[in-house]
Design a binder for this molecule. Structure first.
Ligand code: AMP
Ligand code: MG
Length: 276
């Protein structure tokens, strides 16, 4: 993969506001730029090394943070992506937060309250498994808020993300896009394998029945919350190897652009000898 092709990748999957992003035209099976699993694994291995080194610098520098937001329909692969891509990093430098149905205490506050508590501090990589975007996705699909409020929330989320980025938290947002048929296969696998039963919930079927409404909600969100400063990346995620290679590439490139530096050493270290 040449430098130029890599850059195209990043552009290829980036959503822009002016783009009328069309979910129906997006192919979750596509693997542009990569021919097979072996090539993808090799690219991922290189990126794991890069992320590992850059994460240590980020931690040592202690001046900026990276927040990675993962959103997908059920079985989209958020858990697998986190395990496979970020598993090899130093756990001291990474914090993962999974957002579930809000608690009574969380519901008593504005929807960003619980989110802000988990944004990564300086030096850390934060990973959101679901996020504030649930509040314009599942909440919209179930009509817990009306369209006027949804539109206000797009603006509030854009402002919130601006605020974070202006305060040293770089944001990367990935939507793992799978097809309806791939979801069927993955749900069926959860039923077929006893050690995956814990991941299956009858509620997943009720949500699956609302597939079209979710697609509509995702499409509106992707179009409205992709300013140039914090765009969404929509990743074809039917093939896990492709998903992992692309995300690792974009994360490693982003960390490299953040260019974290080791702090300057104390003066005179070269004269110190550790006494017996
Ligand atoms: P899972 O990720 O499979 O553990 O499921 C978490 C569940 O929590 C999903 O069904 C989400 O839709 C739901 N959830 C997460 N955030 C919210 C939210 N803000 N409002 C309502 N449901 C949510
Ligand atoms: Mg689930």
């Amino acid at each position: 993969m040449t430098e130029k092709e890599t850059k195209n990748w990043e552009k290829f999957f980036r959503v822009t506001n002016s783009d009328e992003f069309d979910y129906a035209k997006f192919d979750p099976d596509a693997t542009p730029g990569l021919s097979d699993r072996e090539e993808a694994k090799a690219i991922q291995a290189v990126n794991t090394e890069r992320m590992h080194d850059l994460q240590e610098r980020l931690y040592a520098e202690n001046k900026q943070a990276l927040l990675i937001v993962l959103q997908a329909l059920d079985t989209g692969g958020k858990d697998g992506a986190i395990r496979t891509i970020f598993g090899p990093l130093n756990p001291q430098g990474v914090q993962v937060t999974s957002f579930k149905v809000p608690s009574a205490q969380e519901l008593a506050h504005d929807y960003l309250w619980r989110i802000h508590q988990h944004t990564p501090p300086k030096g850390m990589i934060g990973i959101f498994n679901r996020s504030h975007y649930e509040d314009v996705l599942v909440v919209k699909v179930h009509r817990l808020i009306d369209e006027k409020v949804v539109r206000k929330r797009y603006a509030q989320i854009n402002a919130f993300e601006d605020h974070l980025q202006e305060n040293g938290v770089k944001i990367l947002k990935f939507h793992l896009c799978i097809s309806r048929d791939e979801q069927r296969k993955r749900l069926q696998q959860r039923l077929d394998k006893p050690d995956k039963h814990w991941k299956f919930s009858r509620n997943d079927l009720a949500e699956r029945a609302r597939w079209d409404e979710y697609v509509e909600a995702y499409q509106a969100m992707l179009r409205n919350c992709s300013p140039a400063s914090a765009p969404w990346y929509v990743i074809p995620a039917n093939k896990k190897w492709y998903r992992n290679a692309i995300i690792s590439q974009i994360v490693a490139d982003t960390l490299a652009k953040m260019d974290p530096q080791f702090p300057p050493p104390e003066e005179g270290l070269d004269k110190i000898v550790i006494p017996e």
